[in-house]
Design a binder for this molecule. Structure first.
Ligand code: AMP
Length: 355
């Protein structure tokens, strides 16, 4: 048995009825609705303003019904309505970012996954404590600039899309830079980025056993980042700075990737450590999560970030990925969420996957 996350009171609105899968119309919602429909759930799209017109172009991803709100911040005011609809809210990256961690944490509607993870993900120091204490390799952190002995990346707290990040190729370049706010100085890891799409099910008793359940790998992508991904074509950073061009990491899209098969062992080890430690720290991270890291030429995987819910890179795999095809045909992360909901309901274990 896993750990109960939701109280009886929290689950009252979905007792003895088929829940409605609800999420904000954005990010990975077409995939979430599509997966829910395949598993037989009704769907509800929360739209900011009128429903997005382009959803009409995707009949298999369009939700059955829409609930328009004036702004995402209004969501707590429609909690009664969501409960009366029997909604289970599926969080995704935009959902939590637009609503804010605090309001999301307090949302009085059953939510898929463990919302206690928010406190650990939204604070870079806490996130580092979690991963470090799990024994996951991470880029070195420099408390003092005088310790810097190679290329570093200066990250401002809460910087969106890495906009204000500064790359210094050595200590001299770092000394010449004056940070303008709270930041961390991190080793700039040279290697190839991989974003691993995992799913932890506390309800499963087969497969790659971890914690109370099992760990699945459903896909992998790399993010296209403007303008850093194209900078090499223009030459060295100093020349670019002279021309007034600063490197940024704004995500503009995603490309599918796979790892060398022999590296999968390492990938699963990292995912398993993160889950095991999450169980000790806060009752466990349930459902989809993404481990974001860099594979070095020494084949060491250094994790620079974790996303604790469905990531947009999974949209590449609405009809399956080279990994999920080996779990079940046509399995997207959105569909996997719906399957977990179904299993939780059928086995009366919803309290272990909702909060
Ligand atoms: P983050 O906001 O931590 O997700 O970082 C945004 C982007 O900066 C990542 O997608 C990477 O391209 C890059 N990045 C972050 N940390 C590092 C690092 N330690 N070494 C190299 N690149 C990094």
């Amino acid at each position: 048995m896993g750990i109960p996350l939701a109280s009886e009171a929290r689950l009252a609105s979905i007792r003895d009825r088929v829940p409605t899968v609800a999420t904000l119309c954005s990010h990975s919602s077409l995939q979430i609705f599509h997966g829910a429909r395949l598993e037989g759930f009704p769907t509800l799209g929360i739209s900011v303003g009128p429903p997005p017109r382009f959803y009409d172009a995707f009949p298999l991803g369009r939700p059955d019904r829409f609930l328009p709100v004036a702004s995402v911040k209004e969501l707590p005011h429609v909690a009664d309505r969501l409960r009366s609809e029997g909604a289970v809210v599926i969080p995704h990256g935009s959902f939590v970012e637009y609503l804010g961690a605090e309001a999301f944490g307090a949302l009085d509607v059953p939510v898929f996954g463990n919302r206690a993870v928010l406190a650990w993900e939204s604070d870079r120091r806490k996130e580092r404590d979690w991963l470090d204490s799990a024994g996951v390799s991470m880029p070195k952190l420099f408390e003092d600039p005088s310790e810097v002995d190679g290329p570093v990346i200066v990250k401002y707290y809460g910087a969106k899309g890495g906009k204000g990040f500064y790359l210094a190729k050595n200590r001299r370049a770092l000394d010449a830079f004056t940070p303008t706010g709270p930041h961390v100085i991190q080793e700039y890891v040279l290697g190839t980025r991989y974003y691993l799409h995992f799913f932890y099910s506390p309800l499963s008793d087969r497969g790659y056993r971890v914690g109370h359940g099992s760990l699945e790998l459903l896909g992998m992508d790399r993010r296209d980042e403007a303008n850093i991904d194209e900078l090499y074509k223009l030459g060295a950073q100093e020349e670019l700075l002279k021309a007034g061009i600063r490197p940024t990491f704004v995500v503009t899209g995603n490309v599918p990737v796979i790892l060398r098969e022999s590296l999968l062992e390492r990938a699963f080890d990292v995912g398993a450590r993160i889950i095991e430690r999450s169980i000790e720290l806060f009752g466990g991270m349930v459902g989809p999560f993404c481990v974001e890291g860099i594979m070095t030429e020494e084949l060491e995987f250094k994790v620079f970030e974790i996303s604790t819910r469905i990531v947009a890179g999974t949209n590449l795999f609405i009809s399956g990925s080279p990994y999920s095809d080996l779990v079940a045909p046509g399995l997207s992360t959105g569909r996997r969420i719906a399957q977990e909901l179904k299993r939780g309901r059928d086995s009366d274990r919803l309290a272990e996957i909702l909060s």
